[in-house]
Design a protein around this ligand. Structure first.
Ligand SMILES: Nc1ncnc2c1ncn2[C@@H]1O[C@H](COP(=O)(O)OP(=O)(O)OP(=O)(O)O)[C@@H](O)[C@H]1O
Ligand SMILES: [Mg+2]
Length: 351
């Protein structure tokens, strides 16, 4: 990846390189991810120059076989899709739903109400991505963008142990970025390229993708600004997933929406922006102690429901529930109705 240095591009000298790196664009991949319009905006260079630079970057990456040409044969697309990796969920039920696991070069959106297990699923996937290819992982690291302050290393340790993996090594391969506001959340992603390469990141998690945007842009008047910013963020996520051959996993909370008279009265908070960019959308629903996962939107999966459960081992197959609990000798009990991270379940759901 050394040869992706900005100054290896013809016509890009030290001044331009500095301008770009000041704006968080550190290599040729970053140029492609951000695109000419945004590059012109953040560096102050004129649009033609930005287009020229991005055009050259594209050419170089095509020559090196890192990205595909604008017009490609179906054979080439087929080949590129052969590179798609899948990360097992560690459960039979969810692997069936995902047809093997969550995919790289795609965005998987998990949505559902508070306490349905979105964050637990994210934690579990941080361990699964580190498994070897033979075991269903990608031998890669995870990048966890935590917007709600709900990342818990203790859960990682517990899930790693349940999978007979060394917790210390597992923790070492998870990079965590705590985002404090939506602009910060976007900035983290814009600057993630280097971290992704240096740590062989194969899974990028954003938990939650929409929460901060929603909290900051309240009311109808700011809705379009919010959607525009969210749109930018989600597209960035998709481009990064495609370019770096990573899986992107984003969570989204649902709200009760009184304006919906038919179908499920809950819908994802991000509205259409997220819906149109996610490649896969999964709906998690509480069902007593168990959870139901439904594949809602997929270009090639059948719509179906599966049942899973939550435990010390993360997300598990429902029949394993008793088994795994016996294995762990703790006396901890989990209550379904009380969610420590959401003391007031009515609060986060109002728009
Ligand atoms: N060690 C554990 N064993 C069993 N269940 C657990 C364990 N840890 C957490 N849970 C369960 O996970 C649920 C919380 O899930 P999670 O935090 O993933 O929800 P969420 O969908 O992320 O919610 P929110 O929208 O509030 O972020 C709770 O019902 C809790 O009981
Ligand atoms: Mg959560």
């Amino acid at each position: 990846m050394e040869d992706l240095r900005l100054d290896s591009l013809e016509g890009v000298g030290p001044v331009t390189t500095r301008k770009l790196s000041d704006a968080g664009i550190h290599n040729i991949m970053d140029l492609i991810v951000r695109g000419p319009v945004e590059i012109a905006e953040v560096t102050g260079m004129d649009k033609e120059t930005a287009e020229k630079i991005v055009g050259k970057a594209r050419q170089q990456l095509i020559e090196e076989g890192l990205i595909v040409k604008d017009f490609v044969s179906a054979t080439e697309i087929y080949k590129r899709r052969q590179d798609i990796g899948k990360i097992t969920t560690g459960t039979n039920c969810l692997d069936t739903l995902f047809d093997g696991g969550i995919e790289t070069q795609a965005l998987t959106e998990v949505y559902g109400e508070f306490g349905c297990g979105k964050t637990q699923f994210c934690h579990t996937m941080c361990i699964m991505v580190q498994k070897s290819k033979e075991e269903g992982g990608l031998s890669g690291g995870a990048l966890y963008i935590d917007t709600e302050g709900t990342f818990r290393p203790e859960r990682i340790v517990s899930i790693a142990k349940a999978n007979d993996m060394d917790p210390e090594k597992i923790l070492e391969n998870i990079m965590v970025a705590r985002a404090y506001n939506s602009a910060h959340q976007t900035l983290i992603l814009e600057e993630a390229g280097t971290v992704i390469k240096e740590n062989n990141i194969k899974l990028i998690i954003v938990d939650s993708a929409v929460g901060l945007f929603r909290a900051e842009y309240l009311g109808r008047g700011t809705l379009s600004v919010r959607q525009q910013k969210l749109n930018h963020f989600v597209h960035l996520l998709v481009r990064i997933a495609e370019i770096y051959n990573c899986a992107a996993l984003a969570t989204n909370q649902v709200m009760a929406s009184p304006d919906v008279f038919f179908g499920d009265p809950t819908r994802p908070v991000g509205g259409n922006v997220v819906a149109h960019t996610s490649t896969y959308r999964i709906y998690f629903k509480k069902s007593g102690k168990k959870r139901i996962a439904r594949m809602v939107d997929s270009p090639h999966h059948p719509e179906m429901d599966v049942v899973f459960a939550l435990s010390d081992a993360g997300v598990i197959d429902p029949e394993e529930d008793g088994k795994k609990k016996k294995k762990t000798t703790t006396t901890k009990t989990t209550t379904e109705s009380v969610d420590s991270e959401n003391p007031d379940p009515t609060e986060p759901n109002s728009e």
